[in-house]
Structure formats: structure tokens, C-alpha cells
Design a protein around this ligand. Structure first.
Ligand code: C5P
Ligand code: MG
Length: 286
């Protein structure tokens, strides 16, 4: 039915269920559809030419806005906590406090750097951040069909907005839930606003934003895209959900994590740096 679902990167535990969900979503019509996507390593590439691509945090960590000493500390945090993030032998309960610790320590270090708001665009421009291949079609197609796209990220909102703005795809149908920076009157970073969003509290984040989902209550069909098992809760605020199709990018530790991804996501894309499959799904659904 959809040619791209035969791509070598595609794995599905229950292809018949995928077909059923797709058919009932087509029947309901594209005016009942909304897309909810994670940002880092879902809309952005995991690697390019054998080199890791940066997350929102890494864009800042590696930028000229951070001192050498602080860079080293942030790198230390990454080397300590990223292996924990992707460790399939530890439970979410065990990882959650450690993830909070990572985000908290990193944000404290960033705040010490007196980062200027007007320098963020330079940090993004000079970074190696890359949206996945096919991003233009993805964003433009959703915009053309007036389908709301919620980007739900435990990264940094100011940075991710700048990435999609510089790519020319920050269209009016895009909404962002993320960690936003708070600046003083002279434009210097002083804190992060509101409740911290980390990879394991996207459910709580969704439930804090009932207003957004209330506005979209005529769109009970959801295409969800993520790269972490924590992303599965991003649609928990959707009211009266009818169908949900979950697409998961499995970028790292593939063998160890494959079964848990197959159990949780309807479609798993293994080491696939493109948006070819999501684009094919959207083409079919609209
Ligand atoms: O957009 P998304 O929700 O994927 O953002 C979270 C990602 O940011 C995590 O997967 C984590 O690896 C990364 N991260 C980071 N540096 C931090 C905290 C999180 O690169 N200090
Ligand atoms: Mg991610």
C-alpha cells in the first residue's frame, strides 16, 4: 500500500495493525489529523558522514558562547549521562532521577555562562545541526495541508526554533513545547522558564498544556514521532483520541533496544537518517 514501508530500515511488529490504523485515519480525513514530534534525533539527524550530529544542548555546548572550562564540564556530563539514557538494562525508575540530575547540572552551567540572546542565532548557524533529509517536504506539506505540528522537546526551545527558522520551515502551523530560556532586560540568560522537561516527563508536560490540546479537539488522529521511549507519552494530552500511529527512530544501541522499540512503536526506523517514511505516510494520509 505504501511502498516506503518496504524500505530496509523499516521494522514492524504488527504490519496488519499499521494498515488498519492508516486506513481508519484516511477514512477520517486529513482535517482530523495532528502530528506530534520530538525534536532532537527525530527531526534532526543522528549522524552525518560518520560523525554525531548535535542536540539542542550540544549546539550550545560546542559553541563560542561557552568557555573552554565549561565545555569540558558539559562534555563530562554528556559522557556520564548519555550512556545511562540509552542503557536498556536500567529501568525508567532508575534512570529518571539521573536524567533530572543531568538536565539540572547542564542548565546551571549554561546559566553561569551569561549567554546573550542575540548570540544564539550565531551559535546555531555555526553548528553542525542538521534536520533529517526530506525535512523541507515534511514541514511544507504539513503547512500546505493546515495540519498542526507540535514539536515536543526536552531540548532548548530557543535553540530549536532558531534551527527551524534558519532552515526556513518555521511555519505558522508549528507549535513548540520545550525548555525556554529566561533573559534579563539586557538580554543575558538568567534561568530556564517553568517546569523542566526531560526525556521522562513528557506526559506531565502534555497534561500541563491542556489548552493546546483543547484547541485541537477536532483532530483526534495522531501521527507521533520520537526516538526515545519517553516520547511515547507526548500525545497523552490529546482529547478523545481515535487513532494513533507511532513512528520511532532507533538510532543507537540497535540490537539491545530493538525489541523494546518494536513493542512500543508501530513502525521502527533503524538507522534511517531520512524523513522518507513519515513523508510517505503523510502523503498517503492527505
Ligand atoms: O528534543 P528531545 O526531547 O529529543 O531532547 C532531548 C535530548 O537532548 C536527549 O535525548 C538528550 O540526549 C539530549 N541532551 C543533551 N544534553 C543535555 C541534556 C539532554 O544533549 N544536557
Ligand atoms: Mg529525541
Amino acid at each position: 500500500m505504501i511502498l516506503e514501508l518496504s524500505n530496509p530500515s523499516v521494522c514492524m511488529k504488527d504490519p496488519d495493525r499499521v494498515q488498519e490504523v492508516l486506513q481508519s485515519m484516511v477514512k477520517a480525513g486529513s482535517n482530523t489529523l495532528q502530528v506530534i514530534s520530538d525534536f532532537d534525533m527525530t527531526l534532526t539527524r543522528f549522524e552525518f558522514n560518520g560523525k554525531r550530529c548535535p542536540t539542542c544542548h550540544n549546539i550550545l555546548d560546542n559553541s563560542i558562547l561557552i568557555s573552554a572550562d565549561c565545555k569540558q564540564k558539559l562534555k563530562g556530563l554528556l559522557d556520564t549521562y548519555y550512556p545511562i539514557e540509552i542503557d536498556s538494562s536500567r529501568s525508567v525508575e532508575e534512570k529518571l532521577p539521573l536524567m533530572v540530575e543531568w538536565w539540572t547540572k547542564a542548565h546551571e552551567l549554561l546559566v553561569e555562562q551569561k549567554i546573550r540572546k542575540d548570540r544564539l542565532s550565531v551559535a546555531v548557524r555555526e553548528s553542525d545541526a542538521m534536520l533529517r533529509e526530506g525535512y523541507q517536504l515534511f514541514f511544507d506539506h504539513l503547512h500546505q495541508h493546515s495540519i498542526p505540528l507540535l514539536i515536543f522537546s526536552a531540548g532548548i526551545g530557543d535553540i530549536l526554533e532558531e534551527v527551524i527558522r534558519q532552515a526556513g520551515v518555521f511555519h505558522p502551523n508549528v507549535n513548540v513545547f520545550s525548555n525556554y530560556m529566561d533573559f534579563d532586560e539586557s538580554g543575558v540568560l538568567t534561568a530556564f522558564k517553568g517546569e523542566l522537561i526531560h526525556i521522562y516527563n513528557k506526559r506531565e508536560g502534555a497534561l500541563l498544556n491542556t489548552g493546546h490540546f483543547q484547541e485541537l479537539r477536532t483532530r483526534p488522529n495522531v501521527l507521533l514521532m520520537g526516538d526515545s521511549l519517553g516520547d511515547l507519552n507526548m500525545a497523552d494530552g490529546v482529547q478523545d483520541m481515535e487513532n494513533i500511529l507511532k513512528v520511532g527512530f532507533l538510532n543507537d544501541k540497535v540490537e539491545e533496544r530493538k525489541q523494546s522499540y518494536l513493542d512500543a512503536y508501530d513502525i521502527v526506523l533503524i538507522k534511517d537518517e531520512t524523513l522518507e517514511v513519515p513523508n510517505a505516510l503523510l502523503h498517503y494520509l492527505t
